[in-house]
Design a protein around this ligand. Structure first.
Ligand SMILES: [Zn+2]
Length: 152
């Protein structure tokens, strides 16, 4: 798949124009090593319109967002992608009040989501401070089972 690399905000906004673009990307990233049904282990699926694969054997559907940072994000996955990009490409420490104004979310929402992103970065071994983190390193379900079942 074509992984987004770099820190260019304009390129990023062209690549991720809609929430659907983000879901598609997430879905590709998540199942890039190959699809395997979480319920029955079957490896064939149909991908639905919202980019969630449905198992050909047991019909279990897994959302592209499940077990990722974007699980239960209510303010839109595209906004969340931008927040991730901003957090991963700055060496400054960003405050939740600043991000709330910048992205039009409540300060509390910003704080909770930023916490999740930081946790995600920690578990992927990425550092917030080096400015070299790529979105793909922590957006997909690569944080493993740690995030599973963990509520915001
Ligand atoms: Zn299945």
């Amino acid at each position: 798949m074509d992984i987004f690399r770099g820190q260019n905000l304009l390129e990023f906004s062209v690549r991720f124009k809609t929430n659907e673009d983000c879901k598609n990307y997430l879905s590709q990233l998540k199942w890039e090593p190959g699809y395997e049904c979480k319920k029955c282990g079957h490896t064939r699926c149909q991908v639905r319109k919202d980019y969630s694969p449905t198992c050909n054997n047991c019909s279990k559907t897994e959302s592209a967002m499940a077990n990722t940072l974007f699980h239960k994000v209510k303010f839109g996955i595209r906004k969340a992608f931008f927040i991730c990009l901003e957090m991963s490409t700055t060496t400054k420490s960003l405050s939740s009040s600043y991000m709330a104004v910048r992205y039009g979310v409540s300060e509390n929402t910003a704080r909770l989501f930023m916490h999740k992103v930081r946790e995600g970065m920690k578990s992927s071994g990425a550092s917030l401070m080096d400015g070299n983190v790529q979105v793909d390193e922590f957006v997909a379900g690569r944080q493993g089972s740690r995030q599973a079942g963990q509520e915001l």
